[in-house]
Design a protein around this ligand. Structure first.
Ligand SMILES: NC(=O)c1ccc[n+]([C@@H]2O[C@H](COP(=O)([O-])OP(=O)(O)OC[C@H]3O[C@@H](n4cnc5c(N)ncnc54)[C@H](O)[C@@H]3O)[C@@H](O)[C@H]2O)c1
Length: 246
């Protein structure tokens, strides 16, 4: 992922952050909530780094972007750090999210209880299939996609999830943008074209598996190499894989 920096709204609540730091903040937040639930008031940078699965130098650098430096010998105040990361991520109120496409994946997402505790509320479900419209899922009624503008406005929805087949996703994205949605999480395996000012993130588990497949393929090729040369290449490969996350 490119090292873009956050946009023109830099200021106390919108620090100029590298995109890789933004991507790690939710990991720190998840780890911090877990530590708070376990009754920890403070955490060392090493402890938080281990809980979040990153190295501690990277964590200290990330948190220094927020103006946070831990107190030597004490570490970070867990509650204060949660507050600050939630401020930066704009999670101080639960954001309303629309989900479009209530098939296999959409059903699973609509029924997932974990969004609520992570700052989001699935506020509306849409589908184009009249057979699905009217279905009740997790306290919500599936609406027809034609109702999108009205519901987006009523529920102040700015983020939407697309879980339709790929062939329908661009049209759905166009309708979402026209209704006022400015951030899209796309599960459909396709590239979406959106106007400037609209953010799209893509989730594709098959791509993640293909990347793991590449590493499996490489590992078996390296272990087949004889002696020292094979060991050196395996070590270089491990270091390279660790560097990818930086
Ligand atoms: N990203 C991932 O890791 C991942 C994993 C599984 C599936 N997928 C993708 O997610 C999408 C959904 O998969 P699924 O198995 O749930 O499919 P599905 O066929 O079960 O569900 C798709 C739903 O979208 C609805 N739909 C179709 N066109 C629409 C439109 N124009 N407006 C609104 N709703 C519309 C259909 O009526 C259906 O209910 C697919 O694109 C699939 O490839 C991605």
């Amino acid at each position: 992922m490119s090292q873009q920096r956050t946009g023109p709204t830099d200021g106390p609540d919108f620090p100029d952050l590298p995109e890789a730091t933004v991507a790690r903040l939710p990991e720190y937040l998840r780890a911090l909530h877990h530590l708070a639930e376990e009754g920890h008031d403070t955490v060392s940078s090493e402890g938080l780094a281990a809980a979040a699965g990153v190295n501690s130098a990277k964590l200290r650098k990330d948190l220094s972007h927020l103006g946070r430096t831990g107190t030597r010998g004490v570490g970070y105040d867990v509650t204060l750090l949660i507050d600050q990361i939630e401020q930066v991520l704009g999670l101080t109120h639960r954001r309303a999210v629309a989900l479009v496409g209530v098939g296999n994946l959409g059903h699973a997402l609509a029924g997932y209880a974990g969004f609520g505790s992570r700052g989001f509320r699935i506020a509306a479900l849409f589908d184009a299939d009249h057979g699905r419209v009217g279905e009740h899922i997790n306290g919500l009624v599936v609406r027809h996609i034609d109702d999108l503008p009205e519901v987006v406005d009523e529920e102040s929805i700015s983020i939407a999830v697309i879980a339709t087949p790929a062939h329908a996703a661009q049209n759905v994205a166009d309708r979402l943008v026209a209704a006022g949605v400015t951030s899209v999480l796309n599960f459909a395996p396709c590239v979406l074209n959106v106007p400037e000012g609209v953010d799209v993130r893509k989730v594709d588990l098959a791509i993640e598996l293909q990347i793991l497949s590449f590493h499996e393929h490489r590992k078996s090729a390296l272990t087949a190499l004889p002696g020292r040369a094979g060991q050196d290449l395996q070590r270089a490969d491990r270091l390279g894989a660790e560097a990818v996350g930086s």
